[in-house]
Design a binder for this molecule. Sequence first.
Ligand SMILES: Nc1ncnc2c1ncn2[C@@H]1O[C@H](COP(=O)(O)OP(=O)(O)OP(=O)(O)O)[C@@H](O)[C@H]1O
Length: 122
Amino acid sequence: MKKFIRGFGFAFNGLKYAFATQINFRVHVFAALPVIGLSFYLHISTAEWNWILLCIAMVLLTELLNTGIETLTDLVSPGYNKLAGHVKDISAAAVLVVAFFALITGLIIFLPKILLLVGYAA
Ligand SMILES: Nc1ncnc2c1ncn2[C@@H]1O[C@H](COP(=O)(O)OP(=O)(O)OP(=O)(O)O)[C@@H](O)[C@H]1O
């Protein structure tokens, strides 16, 4: 049990490290806050909440994996290496793919509701 709880401490250290060192991770964490606020404001459905939370989790997950891969790459290849560059580029591309998916999902869920709201206000 003690080992299990200690594992949470290590995981929390990983989160702290990513938050402290990665601007992209911080940007995505802070971008999630208005999205959650907007979701409450627009009273999105349970299914829509699932999609939004999945997108937030996937973006943060890929950011964390990207940070881990970058850190490991710097450890094993501190100097310039073409392959190390490819590893980092591919890892960054994974974040981009998920961020694009999150953007499209956000547009599909929020845009019709916002347009309706703007239509009513006009
Ligand atoms: N050791 C290396 N060898 C070759 N190319 C590298 C190396 N390190 C980085 N690069 C290239 O430079 C790009 C940026 O690398 P960098 O480590 O600065 O990534 P980053 O996403 O800016 O990381 P950080 O968030 O830690 O600043 C990589 O995507 C890769 O194309």
